[in-house]
Design a protein. Structure first.
Length: 698
């Protein structure tokens, strides 16, 4: 497409960031050119949107570069080489749809549960995510997918404790006098929360970062507590111990708004008294005095707020740890409003705030199952499940996978098994994508999907409480189609003629929400705020059955929360720890978002190469110097990276920054070569940060 001239007309379009980030920014997209030849020339944040306030992260500010990337997949492709080779030929849409439908019909005749959708948060949009796609798979009767790969441990824990994924309004952090940033590199992954934290800091607030890694966020906080991975629950119990023994509790708030009795506060109190600071300090690898001072600061500073994030729940005991941390503001009454009208509390996710206005059933149409109850496959165990044979417990062997909004070959744990599964000659794989990712390289058919700048969508958030609209800024490039249109055409090819498969995207957007959210208001203003109080739980009223915070739920199988040691640790497996003495976490590289943006050259140039951060003491013990190629390995596999000697890694822990595409990494590997498929205590989630390894010169 030729570039527009400087004299060409311009217009501004309302957009929304589609990526898996709590900020869900309002995008201001400037388009230039004559109709039919328009081009996006700038992507900015809307200054008028309260949480975006004109700022975007480095990644999304370059979204036009990603959309116009020379390697965009713009036509249907059919594999002509071995799986994984990335060898394809261009075909037409009619041929692609006919071949896919023929294969799916043949499999469905035997058992439609042998077909599996695989998707996650490549877009967080309600329309291009699970609307027409869900209708298609419900009609088909395919296996269901348990979408666990990021946040389900913390989400399940928060829902059990508070009754939903709810918390503080992010704007309230600006008024806090103490902020605990727990398990979050906010500068990289929650930029707009960080703006509010900085406002609070300028007004005298103390910022404490609790994280195994000394992140860029930790650098900017007053204190960094570098605990061992998977020890967060022990720290929370020790903080409770100090609140109890020094009587720094809000007894009135507990009596009115917290579950009582032996399954409630009485039981938790007895458990916390078993965790003096010295015991927790030994588990966490920190000084007992650090715990005492933190407990005193937390109890005596108002408002006190916790920004909890998902890094700390990617371990075996992640759910229990979230439960314990979520109880802290309830024991001190941090939710109460102070004399200035401000309140503290906790924020992990705000996504439950939309429960009253979202209409997922209207979008996804589970009634199309018509009484069938297909099995559920956990996306985090896809490697093992693709290699399983049919059995009475498992059901039919997986014969086909339709991947959209995800890149499992790069992002799913224990990738040697994932790769082996996707390389099965008898597995039929269709991938909807923008690029030839690691997963697309293993596809039989690749279908070109539109980017966020080319389609309509509506968005909620898990970091604020606004609904946003994304209008298409330009026409789809090449032959790319929105996910919705691809699944409409697949439905037609399969012979599905129910009226719901003819709904256009605007019709889907109009049924996505209930009042007071209104599509016409969204189209006019770009966003709409939920009518929620600024201080939601000052007087209790949690969305549990009785309005009280739940400490346990015996009827649901959940007893009192406790510290649960990582699967791979000296606590749980001393012999394994002797062989592989280094714990490993794999937080995202600052300029990537999961595996998105890895192929954007300007961002990849900043990251330069896959690195593993290792403390100088650990490096010296292994004869490693800065910049040397290293092999990170355990019994499951190995991957290669460049060693960075850095105190960003605490002693005994290495940080494998991810998630690189395998084919853009070193020797065709990435960090998931060494992760495992064991699951968390709640939410059936992966344990990406619950890994033991050894590091040696390559």
């Amino acid at each position: 497409m030729p570039l527009p001239t400087a004299a060409a007309p311009t217009r501004v379009v309302h957009g929304a960031c589609p990526h898996d980030c709590p900020d869900t920014c309002a995008l201001k997209v400037t388009v230039q050119g004559e109709p039919g030849a328009e081009r996006v020339i700038q992507v900015q944040g809307w200054q008028e949107h309260e949480t975006t306030h004109g700022a975007l992260c480095t990644k999304v500010s370059r979204y036009a570069e990603r959309t116009y990337h020379p390697e965009r997949v713009l036509h249907p492709l059919k594999r002509v080489g071995p799986k994984g080779s990335g060898q394809f030929e261009r075909i037409g849409w009619d041929q692609a749809l006919a071949e896919i439908a023929a294969r799916l019909k043949a499999i469905a005749t035997r058992d439609p549960q042998a077909i599996l959708p695989y998707s996650y948060a490549g877009t967080m949009g309600m329309i291009q995510g699970e609307s027409m796609a869900a209708r298609f798979f419900h009609q088909l009767g395919a296996s269901r997918l348990d979408r666990t790969i990021c946040a389900s441990a913390g989400g399940a824990a928060l829902a059990m404790t508070y009754g939903g994924k709810v918390g503080m309004r992010v704007q309230q952090f600006a008024h806090a006098k103490l902020i605990l940033i727990w398990g979050s590199n906010s500068i990289a992954s929650n930029l707009h929360f960080w703006t509010y934290a900085q406002q609070a800091k300028r007004h005298g607030a103390k910022l404490v970062c609790i994280d195994p890694r000394r992140t860029e966020t930790a650098d900017k906080c007053h204190q960094h507590i570098a605990l061992r991975p998977g020890s967060d629950g022990a720290l929370a119990l020790a903080l409770m111990h100090e609140l109890i023994v020094h009587d720094r509790l809000d007894h009135g708030y507990i009596a009115r708004h917290v579950q009582t009795g032996p399954d409630g506060w009485d039981g938790l109190r007895a458990r916390a008294l078993q965790w003096p600071p010295e015991r927790a300090a030994a588990v966490c690898g920190i000084e007992a005095e650090v715990i005492r001072v933190l407990a005193q600061d937390y109890a005596t500073t108002r408002p006190a707020a916790i920004r909890l994030n998902y890094g700390m729940q990617r371990v075996r005991g992640g759910g229990n740890a979230v439960r314990l941390i979520a109880l802290l503001p309830c024991l001190t009454g941090a939710w109460r409003v102070d004399a200035n009208g401000a309140a503290g509390g906790l924020l992990l996710s705000s996504s439950g705030s939309y429960a009253a206005v979202r209409d997922d059933a209207a979008l996804q149409r589970p009634d199309l199952l018509a009484g069938r109850n297909p099995r559920t496959i956990n996306m985090s165990t896809i490697g093992a499940d693709l290699l399983r044979h049919a059995s009475p417990d498992f059901g039919p062997r997986i014969e086909a996978v339709i991947v959209y909004n995800s890149n499992p070959v790069a992002v799913a744990p224990q990738s040697p098994e994932v790769v082996a599964g996707f390389r099965r000659d008898d597995l039929y794989t269709v991938v909807l994508e923008h690029f030839l990712t690691d997963t697309a390289d293993h596809a039989d058919i690749v279908l070109p999907a539109t980017s966020q700048l080319e389609h309509l969508d509506v968005h909620t958030s898990y970091g604020h409480t606004d609904v946003l609209i994304n209008e298409p800024a330009i026409a789809p490039l090449g032959e790319a189609l929105p996910n919705t249109e691809i699944f409409r055409r697949l439905a037609a090819a399969m012979g599905y003629d129910a009226p719901c498969f003819h709904d256009r995207d605007e019709q889907l957007a109009r049924v996505a929400f209930k009042a007071p959210i209104d599509i016409d208001t969204l189209r006019r203003d770009g966003w709409q705020r939920l009518p929620l109080p600024d201080t939601p739980f000052a007087d209790g009223g949690f969305p549990t059955p009785d309005g009280r915070v739940r400490i346990s739920a015996p009827a649901l199988g959940w007893g009192l929360p406790d510290h649960v040691a990582p699967w791979e640790s000296a606590e749980s497996d001393p012999a394994l720890a002797a062989r592989y003495p280094l714990a490993m976490i794999s937080p995202p590289a600052r300029h990537f978002l999961n595996s998105s943006f890895v192929n954007v050259k300007s961002l990849r140039d900043i990251e330069a190469e896959p690195v593993v951060e290792i403390h100088p003491d650990d490096a010296a013990a292994r004869g490693l110097v800065d910049g040397v190629p290293v092999r990170v390995h355990n019994d499951r596999g190995s991957y290669h990276a460049t060693a960075r000697l850095s105190t960003r890694a605490r002693p005994g822990v290495v940080n494998g920054l991810g998630i690189w595409w395998r084919k853009l990494g070193l020797r065709g590997t990435n960090v998931n070569e060494v992760t495992h498929q064991r699951l968390t205590d709640m939410g059936h989630a992966p344990c990406f940060y619950d890994v033991l390894v050894e590091v040696e010169a390559a």
